[in-house]
Design a protein around this ligand. Structure first.
Ligand SMILES: *Cc1c(COP(=O)(O)O)cnc(C)c1O
Length: 491
């Protein structure tokens, strides 16, 4: 079958198509073997089979109209209630209500949109609404601010990477409608001081959203297992909304998250309705129109399959593996875990070694770790697939440290070139730098997958004279990666 840029005139056989897809998948990161430290959350083959069966059973159904599919309505209300009961709904005096969404991003978009519309009713004098968030908060919140006209005010975190309550309180203005804390933050995996943030928010009559996208289905079980987890959910007065992704540590199929609110009045601001459409009255609870039944059904299935005991068992294994990794990384000369991560999300940093070069060594050894900045680090989200490979990873990490510690000719040359490029970049006019970075991003977009060595790129990005160049570089890369001619070149 040949790759083509238009719809084939005649179709192929099912066998040929599936074989072709399987071969394209050969170039993907091998998450089944625990090689990806992000993006995929797996609870093993049995859960996977159940998810596929449940998803397939409802793959055609549409959650857009709950009256046509009472089954999906039941799944959604059950999932929301089960999630809320894990996250403090019993301790709350108000009813905790919510909806399923397509993912953490949609949940966060809705939280910000709801806060904006709440403020329009409650505090109509505000013309330019603002939200105050720690710099570690997820970029989906900035996306929400960008989409809905809520200005994000980013506040630096403290030395332990947690939200700085005093600084965030000081950043509240008469235009502030929303405060945000994470449980935990994605970059360093630490839970922000939610109780203190909630107090500050309540004192100023501001809403507080807790982004528990990655932690909401792990922290409650970690606490029951004896880990010291600070209060972060609706048991804390002043927490007004909370997001939790089921397609992360809920081990659901992709496309499943929950957004929860303290009370139906607040959630009302999330809803949308158009009553004069010739097509009929069109109410919509979330951002999407058609809502895939499969994702809703699979989430219901896995929660009922695992139950509290199943999630506890998975959490115990994942947390034990994360503990082992943290200890071993801290014991390696030159490496350390950033801050004190509260669960199974962590970052590896180094005071004296080039951590991106270590990342490149790990890439060569077949591991996929995301690179982070400010400070430079490698990111790890531990899940069940890593329990069996943690020792192998630590072995490869130790080797990577050794190789990077021993400067060789190639690395000295690369470092020299980088230093020269950094000096040259500062001497060039901004327009030329923009053109250069565009060219660089086009080069990066070629070939199959992303480049194996990214340390030089990060070194250069760090040296770019203005943020605009970085924005251009990243957006050009996005553009290149989603051009059909290039996409078809990746084999
Ligand atoms: C993953 C994540 C998100 C975004 O969720 P998506 O499902 O990728 O849209 C938001 N916040 C945190 C803390 C996350 O870890």
């Amino acid at each position: 079958m040949s790759e083509s840029s238009r719809l084939p005139t005649h179709g192929s056989t099912k066998e040929a198509i599936l074989a072709r897809m399987a071969s394209l998948r050969d170039h993907d990161v091998n998450w089944r073997a625990g090689r990806a430290w992000s993006l995929v959350f797996s609870a093993g083959d049995e859960v996977s089979e159940l998810l596929q069966a449940a998803y397939t059973m409802f793959f055609a159904e549409n959650g857009l109209n709950p009256t046509a599919f009472p089954s999906l309505r039941r799944f959604e209300t059950d999932v929301v209630a089960m999630t809320a009961s894990l996250l403090g709904s019993q301790a709350a005096t108000e009813e905790i209500v919510g909806n399923m969404t397509s993912g953490g991003t949609e949940s966060l978009l809705l939280a910000v949109k709801t806060a904006r519309d709440w403020a329009r009713i409650q505090r109509p004098a505000i013309r330019t609404p603002e939200m105050v968030l720690p710099v570690t908060a997820h970029p989906a919140l900035d996306k929400a601010g960008h989409y809905f006209g809520v200005r994000p005010i980013h506040v630096p975190v403290t030395d332990d990477f947690r939200a700085d309550v005093a600084a965030m309180t000081a950043a509240i203005t008469p235009n502030t409608i929303l405060l945000v804390g994470s449980a935990p933050s994605y970059p360093q995996g630490v839970v922000d001081p939610i109780a203190a943030l909630a107090q500050a928010a309540q004192a100023r009559g501001v809403l507080l959203h807790v982004d528990a996208c990655v932690g909401g289905m792990m922290l409650p079980f970690a606490r029951r297992l004896g880990y010291p987890i600070p209060p972060f959910d609706f048991s804390v007065p002043g927490v007004t909304s909370l997001s939790v992704d089921l397609h992360k540590y809920g081990y659901a199929a992709k496309g499943a998250s929950v957004i929860l609110y303290r009370g139906p009045d607040l959630r009302r601001c999330q809803f949308f309705v158009q009553t004069s459409w010739p097509g009929g009255i069109y109410p919509s609870p979330t951002m999407t129109g058609t809502r895939p039944g499969g994702a809703i059904a699979a989430a219901w299935a896995v929660m009922n399959y695992l139950g509290e005991a199943g999630y506890m068992n998975l959490a115990a294994q994942v947390l034990a593996t994360a503990d082992k990794l943290k200890k071993a990384i801290d014991a390696m000369p030159g490496l350390h875990v950033l801050g004190r991560p509260d669960m199974s999300v962590l970052a590896i940093g180094s005071e004296r070694l080039d951590i991106y070069a270590i990342g490149d060594e790990l890439t060569q050894a077949g591991w996929h770790l995301d690179r982070q900045q400010s400070p430079p680090s490698l990111h790890m989200t531990v899940n069940m697939a890593h329990v069996a490979v943690a020792d192998q990873f630590l072995h490869d990490l130790a080797r990577a440290v050794q190789r990077v510690s021993r400067p060789n000719a190639r690395r000295r040359l690369a470092a020299g070139g980088l230093r020269m490029a950094q000096r040259v970049i500062h001497a060039l006019p901004p327009r030329v730098v923009t053109r250069l970075t565009s060219a660089a991003s086009r080069a990066l977009g070629q070939g199959s997958g992303l480049p194996g060595r990214t340390a030089p790129m990060y070194g250069l990005i760090g040296a770019l004279p203005s943020q605009d160049n970085v924005d251009d570089l990243a957006l050009d890369l996005l553009d290149q990666l989603t051009r059909p001619n290039l996409a078809s070149q990746t084999n």
